[in-house]
Design a protein around this ligand. Structure first.
Ligand code: AOF
Ligand code: ZN
Length: 354
């Protein structure tokens, strides 16, 4: 089992190379290992175990991890491969459907691969166990569930979309040491809480998620662009609410850089999540303001909370006349990590297991 796990960890490393490029598809990595010398002819050394090829799903719409892995193996072993003596490791069940590419399970059967070790089943209803069945019916030795928790966690956004028909929700805000996210204002700029490094990490988070959401007041007061400019990867789809039709059409959020969705009549959280799932959006990062964040916290339908707490106070003492916007209320159950002298709390919402 330890051997299975070490190759599965390698699959997870390879899968992650596709991180900013494959959404809403899952990140998938595959490793082809020659490991059954007993089936080989007598001139082959007895205890050979060798990685013959590696591959990963690199681009949405492009080839899956398995054909990329086999292509890499064949290119580096032009003398031919005894597939019957090989094990293919892959963190997600090989697909069984004709999507943008032909079924990987069919390719595995055609090549005659002896054994396939899988991390987790594919929750996509077009697959959902059919890949495993196709291969077993064809006589392939299939093992399922190696490092299953790690495999599901890597693709938690993809699993959430298919298992709960809603995007994975991450709530994020920055607050002062005395618990404020801003000063109360009707115009002017927001207070600066995050350091430049942490601002860059926020852009990394934007690249990791398919959509970003802010409330009406944040758009009106801050006129944010909500783009990924300090990290590689895509700009997220921008989402806001505008029940009273007050957001000017020349706001940055309507720039041509990325699509924008505005919910006007129905701003119910469950409705929005369901609508985003229908659009195949597998994740949403909610960046503010306090009212929207608190509303979502109160519904209980979210998956992660990321809070940055700076080391500065908004009010220097109890006589301060500055009026602050209180941060959302969230129990800080985890130990923070320190970045740039700021505390970063990251918590998974325990009701959702991915
Ligand atoms: C695999 N290997 O590397 C990936 C899989 O539109 P398509 O053809 O790219 O299919 C996308 C679906 O295929 C995706 O929703 C998921 O079920 C599966 N992804 N399967 O065998 C891979 N990325
Ligand atoms: Zn596939």
């Amino acid at each position: 089992m330890a051997k299975f796990e070490s190759y599965m960890y390698r699959c997870l490393q390879l899968a992650q190379l596709g991180e900013y490029y494959v959404a809403p598809n899952p990140m998938v990595g595959a490793v082809l290992v020659y490991d059954r010398p007993k089936l080989f002819s007598s001139e082959v050394p007895e205890k050979t175990e060798l990685i013959l090829g590696e591959g990963w799903h690199q681009q949405y719409g492009g080839p899956h991890a398995e054909p990329n892995c086999l292509r890499n193996a064949e290119a580096t072993h032009p003398q031919g491969i005894d597939y019957k003596s090989c094990t293919l490791y892959v963190n997600l069940e090989p697909c069984s459907h004709y999507g943008k590419t032909p079924p990987c399970a069919e390719l595995i059967i055609r090549k005659g691969i002896g054994r396939v070790v899988i991390g987790s089943l594919d929750p996509n209803p077009q697959v959902a166990g059919r890949g495993v069945k196709m291969m077993r019916d064809a006589g392939v030795d299939v093992i399922v569930g190696v490092l299953e928790e790690e495999c599901r966690s890597l693709n938690r956004r993809f699993f959430c979309l298919h298992e709960h028909h809603r995007p994975y929700v991450i709530l994020k805000w920055a607050q002062t040491a005395d618990g404020f996210i801003d000063v109360v204002r009707t115009e002017g700029k927001p207070i600066v809480i995050s350091t430049p490094l942490i601002k860059q990490l926020v852009h990394q988070q934007r690249a990791e998620n398919m959509a970003i959401m802010v409330g009406t007041r944040t758009v009106l007061l801050d006129n944010p662009k909500l783009l990924t400019t300090h990290w590689s990867g895509h700009h997220p789809v921008r989402i806001t609410l505008d029940r009273h039709n007050v957001i000017p059409l020349d706001s940055h959020i309507f720039s041509d850089d990325a699509p924008t969705i505005v919910y006007r009549e129905n701003t119910n959280w469950s409705f929005i999540l369901n609508d985003l799932a229908t659009r195949n959006i597998h994740s949403v990062l909610v960046e503010g303001g306090a009212t929207l964040l608190q509303h979502i916290l109160d519904t209980g339908i979210y998956d992660e909370v990321h809070v940055e707490v700076s080391n500065q106070l908004l009010k220097s003492d109890s006589t301060s006349v500055i009026e602050g916007v209180p941060a959302p209320v969230y129990p800080k159950t985890t130990k923070p990590i320190m970045i740039d002298g700021h505390q970063i709390y990251v918590a998974r919402h325990c009701v959702n297991k991915f």
